[in-house]
Design a binder for this molecule. Structure first.
Ligand code: GDP
Length: 462
């Protein structure tokens, strides 16, 4: 067969197939998942007209014609609330979309003109894009699969750091008086499990991220279910052998059984039924929020990300590969809300993100998974300005705070590597939360959404 003809034929087969891509978005809560997915859908739907997508070749060349919503195939998964999100952004004054709290999905069909037109290729091609959004907190549970109840209890950082210890102090005082051999008292277990969950929620609100089990924070459909009524026993004085020999109705054996149930019936099914089937993934990280919140939260975010990224460790002997054989073939890691800092700091934001994820990034590159780190603002809420300061031009941001006050600020310099003791004590970092801007056009204003779309799906639009 002649070479050009063979190429034509394989293009045709490729395009003729029902081409599909499953793209998942994750991140810890408040990372910006809902805003990101709302913006992604919005940009693709308005790709042919208003959307500013110059860094996406298919859009720049006028080949991307737009996207239509289709009914999703997984009937058991809630639909991603795109319309309510857009409605909130169009209110006066605009509001941020209400965050999603479990897994959700939306199917888009993209229409585009292939870059190379040949006598056999179609004028218009389609790509079906299944978009998923799920809480990064659920990924914090992967390491829990390699533990039994005993080792998991020991591994919980309940005594680390003053702030964290303070958040759990009452619960710890009560749990430390429990006798693992005593008969389990259902009412007591339920109330201690609720108190533990409350401690995790308080820690989350205080900005901590390294919190387990993940479903205690974002239970999704399991809210109130007995499977969530367990907690770690941090200071066990008996040996593991003695504990394992306790009768099934003992406190220890009851908690251990619930822990196993949670592993097998909650954590595993998410990986098996969803995670394993994603083709591409973006992990969103609110680096700037953590920088704003201070050293203990920043350190905690770093640990939580280390755990979360184990779900993308494709090394041959990793827990994930052994258990689930996932197939993600491209990954993006993005620092969100880049509009919180002036544009001259964006390079540092990416460097800081890379420093924060140095180990997982090294492992991913070693395992030959293409991965890119970048910074973006899914829904830009500020405008970059210049002000005169001591006779010199300096960059600044103009925006409206959540309380409705118009401000002009310089939030601070972003350190290009992990912040040192001196950074926290001398320089600091401070910015308010902004509310979204009024959007006169159908397409939302953003920073680098086009670059991230290109990385995640650009190769499918040629
Ligand atoms: P989720 O919990 O990961 O779904 O996070 P959300 O998407 O709900 O975002 C949490 C909050 O971060 C929002 O309510 C906004 O206040 C803020 N936010 C998200 N994306 C952006 C952005 O692109 N720019 C700015 N300035 N703020 C953002």
């Amino acid at each position: 067969m002649r070479q050009p003809f063979r190429r034509e034929l394989s293009n045709l087969i490729e395009r003729g197939r029902d081409r599909q891509l499953r793209l998942a978005v994750t991140g810890l809560s408040q990372a910006g998942k809902t805003a990101f997915l709302t913006s992604l859908i919005n940009q693709l739907r308005h790709a042919g007209v208003e959307a500013q997508l110059d860094m996406l070749p298919a859009a720049r060349e006028g080949r991307l014609l737009g996207a239509q919503r289709l009914n999703q195939p997984d009937l058991g998964v809630p639909r991603f609330p795109y319309d309510p999100g857009m409605a909130a952004l169009r209110e006066t004054p605009p509001r941020w979309p209400a965050p999603t709290r479990g897994i959700s999905e939306l199917r888009l069909q993209l229409r585009y003109r292939p870059a190379q037109q040949g006598w056999l290729s179609p004028d218009i091609a389609h790509l079906t894009l299944d978009l998923f959004d799920y809480p990064g907190e659920w990924l914090l549970d992967l390491p829990l699969l390699q533990h039994d109840f005993y080792s998991w209890s020991q591994a919980q950082p309940l005594h680390t750091g003053d702030q964290r210890r303070a958040l759990f102090s009452e619960w710890l005082a009560e749990v430390e008086t429990l006798d693992p051999a005593a008969e389990a008292d259902e009412a007591q277990l339920a109330s201690l499990a609720e108190a533990y969950a409350q401690g995790l929620r308080r820690a989350k609100q205080a900005g901590f991220s390294n919190l387990q089990p993940g479903r205690f924070l974002l239970p999704g459909e399991l809210d109130g279910a007995p499977v969530l009524q367990f907690f770690p026993l941090p200071q066990l004085s008996m040996s593991k052998e003695a504990l394992d020999a306790l009768p099934p109705n003992s406190l220890y054996a009851t908690l251990a059984a619930r822990f196993r149930y949670y592993q097998q019936q909650v954590v595993r099914p998410f990986y098996r039924d969803h995670f394993r089937r994603f083709d591409r993934q973006i992990v969103l990280v609110d680096v700037l929020g953590a920088l704003n919140a201070g050293p203990e939260r920043f350190e905690d975010l770093s640990q939580a990300l280390g755990q979360l990224m184990q779900s993308f460790d494709y090394g041959k002997r990793s827990l994930l590969t052994r258990l689930f054989a996932p197939r993600i073939d491209k990954l993006a890691i993005a620092a969100t809300k880049a509009d919180h800092v002036t544009p001259d700091q964006h390079g540092h934001v990416v460097q800081l993100l890379e420093a924060l994820l140095a180990e997982p990034l090294k492992d991913l590159r070693f395992a030959n998974v293409p991965v890119k780190a970048l910074s973006l603002a899914a829904i830009r809420a500020t405008e970059a300005r210049e002000v005169m300061h001591n006779g010199k031009r300096s960059p600044a941001l103009r925006g409206t705070t959540l309380e409705g006050e118009d401000v002009l600020v310089y939030p601070g310099d972003v350190p290009p590597r992990l912040p040192t003791h001196d950074f926290w004590h001398q320089q600091g970092f401070d910015f308010p939360s902004f509310r979204p801007m009024d959007t006169p056009s159908d397409a939302l204003a953003h920073i680098r959404m086009d670059a991230v779309i290109d990385w995640l799906i650009g190769d499918k639009l040629v």
